[in-house]
Design a protein. Structure first.
Length: 138
């Protein structure tokens, strides 16, 4: 398969699969949500970092670089010392927020069922023997 062919999501070289891999991360979803809430305005890097709990500076930078490279976000640098870097979603990026919002809504609707299923599966799973001296499981 050549890189220009599409539709075989099982092929690691499939462009659609590669795009889904990029936009399907938790950090991309959260970053797009924060930028969409600010649209059409911009959000500075530091504000994004504060609004996305748990994201490292390195991961936020990589996520934003990917969004900018794909044309989903735009980056603007103010020539100050230190430079102020602003991000906003492009029209293409704003169009991504709708399916991501639908996915978040689905998750919110079904999380109680999924959590219940996880608890049932955990109780039904065979217990592994505890190493000697380890505290007992409850």
């Amino acid at each position: 398969m050549t890189r220009s062919q599409r539709g075989d999501l099982f092929d690691p070289l499939c462009p659609t699969r590669q795009l889904l891999d990029r936009i399907g991360t938790k950090w991309t979803s959260m970053t797009v949500k924060v930028l969409a809430e600010a649209a059409p305005g911009e959000v500075r890097f530091g504000e994004l970092r504060r609004r996305i709990p748990g994201i490292s500076q390195k991961m936020l930078s990589a996520t934003l670089q990917s969004l900018v490279r794909d044309g989903l976000a735009a980056r603007r640098v103010e020539p100050t010392v230190p430079p102020h870097v602003h991000y906003r979603l492009t029209e293409l990026g704003l169009s991504l927020e709708t399916p991501l919002a639908a996915l978040r809504s689905w998750a919110e609707q079904h999380v109680p069922t999924i959590e219940r299923n996880n608890r049932l599966a955990d109780r039904a799973a065979p217990q592994r023997p505890q190493p000697e001296g380890a505290p007992a499981r409850r």
